[in-house]
Design a protein around this ligand. Structure first.
Ligand code: ARG
Length: 457
């Protein structure tokens, strides 16, 4: 059979198909209708259209809103705005023509897009709160577990597993802050700019803004139809959410490797292999890491889209929707997977503790102890490094080093050195603000919960 028989074979594009966006802008339908309701009410109040026409238009718009909420899809129009206008003509006849008084698709499209974005940012905020709660939950469950803390992925110093996972909670809290900052700039009304210069009709933009829950109006009509900054800001904030999800995914992939054995992922988040019967692959985490690249690509697409456009509206802007929708779908779905994946994660404290035996994690604690005996830190560092080298050569741990060896590198060493070599003491001793000591980690959870509450209002 020839490949030509498959439907995916390339079909020549017509000019009508080429300019059309209905295949991807359907999802703006409820927002476009919501904005039209506010617009028509204002046209009626301002006596720009007769009251009875206003009622009929509102009836038509509400019917379409109900249809859309039941899943109605539109077809055979260039874009969602024309599709809705056609549907209104179909329902009401010529009076539908009054709907487009004092507006243009240029201010219409970006109003609907802002409403869409605001709604979905709110959904992301709820998901991010749940994800942060999942990290806090893990911190509570693992408040006694000690694991190696790494730099360069080499063992550094022991830390509480709770402390490590809370670092993610703070990252996602910053993501929430960024999104609420973006939301402020999304939440202004462009409608009323019409094509680019404003309108000759006595419209009342502030009342439309109020009705739609916007905090104000875009003050320059040219800016209103040309501004896409907030899309870049949103996708940039979303790229950071994905980058953070990708980092925790990477750690889960490493930690669930049997060489580490720090965690087990719940069965829903691993898959088997078609050939190797023993496998439990962390595919969900890998896919989150993999999808991150697509969102970062969307950010580049948007910046490049905007950079050479003269004012005001250009059709290039139609291309702003696929990257934003793609980003939204990816971030929403990745968060929907990440939340239960973190919630159900099981740490193995005996394994994480055992791992602390590798890599001389307590070397800094010995150096700090020498400092307390009066040696300047740099010299203490040198003295301990010498002993670590000896231990490495003999394949010994620091606990096994006899006192004379310690004393050959500094006479300040005494039997006390063996007391210093305790993981629990090392962790508890790091009680500086924000450190890994259990008391500080408890405080950290309180501070985190407090910061999170700011978003509940
Ligand atoms: N579908 C268009 C878009 O997404 C709507 C605006 C069209 N405006 C125009 N002047 N052709 O941008």
């Amino acid at each position: 059979m020839s490949l030509k028989n498959y439907s995916c074979h390339y079909q020549p594009t017509t000019p009508e198909d080429f300019v059309a966006s209905l295949s991807f802008d359907q999802r703006l339908a409820p927002y476009d209708l919501e904005a039209s309701v506010a617009h028509v009410e204002m046209l009626g109040r301002q006596k720009i259209i007769p009251k009875k026409d206003c009622h009929r238009l509102l009836g038509g718009l509400k019917k379409l809103l109900a249809d859309v909420s039941k899943g109605r899809r539109f077809s055979q129009a260039e874009d969602i705005h024309y599709a809705i206008e056609h549907a209104m003509f179909h329902l009401l006849g010529p009076v539908a023509g009054r709907l487009h008084t004092a507006r243009s698709r240029n201010d219409q499209v970006i109003t609907a897009f802002r409403l869409y974005l605001r709604h979905h940012i709110d959904g992301l905020q709820k998901r991010l709160s749940r994800l942060i709660q999942a990290f806090i939950g893990q911190a509570e469950k693992n408040k006694h577990a000690i694991m190696p803390g790494y730099t360069h992925l080499q063992p550094g110093q022991p830390v509480l597993a709770a402390h490590h996972v809370l670092a993610y909670a703070w990252m996602f809290l910053r993501d929430k802050e960024r999104l609420s900052d973006v939301r402020q700039r999304v939440n202004v009304l462009p409608l009323g700019a019409a094509a680019l210069a404003g309108t000759t009709f006595p419209i009342d933009r502030l009342s439309v803004a109020k009705k739609l829950g916007f905090s104000g109006v875009v003050e320059n009509s040219i800016d209103a139809v040309s501004d896409r900054d907030f899309l870049v800001e949103f996708v940039s904030a979303a790229s950071l959410v994905m980058t953070h999800l990708s980092r925790i995914s990477e750690e889960l992939i490493v930690w669930s490797n049997p060489c580490f054995g720090f965690v087990t992922l719940a069965n829903d988040f691993v898959t088997g292999s078609s050939i190797m019967p023993q496998k439990k692959n962390p595919d969900m985490a890998e896919l989150i890491r993999g999808k991150t690249g697509r969102v970062i690509g969307d950010l580049t697409a948007l910046l490049t889209l905007i950079k050479a456009q003269p004012l005001a509206y250009n059709r290039d802007f139609q291309e702003d929707k696929p990257p934003v929708f793609n980003t939204m779908d990816i971030v929403e779905s990745c968060l929907d997977i990440a939340i239960p994946m973190i919630d159900t994660l099981v740490f193995h404290p005996e394994k994480t503790r055992e791992s602390c035996r590798l890599g001389y994690l307590l070397a800094t604690d010995v150096a700090d102890a020498l400092v307390r005996k009066g040696l300047p830190f740099r010299q203490a560092h040198g003295a301990v490094a010498k002993v670590v080298k000896y231990a490495q050569a003999k394949n010994l741990s620091l606990e096994d080093i006899p006192l004379p060896v310690w004393r050959s590198s500094s006479t300040l060493f005494g039997p006390w050195v063996h007391d210093v070599l305790s993981l629990d003491k090392a962790v508890s001793a790091r009680s500086s603000r924000g450190g890994t000591a259990p008391v500080e980690v408890r405080q950290q959870v309180n501070r985190l919960n407090h910061s999170l509450k700011r978003f509940d209002i």
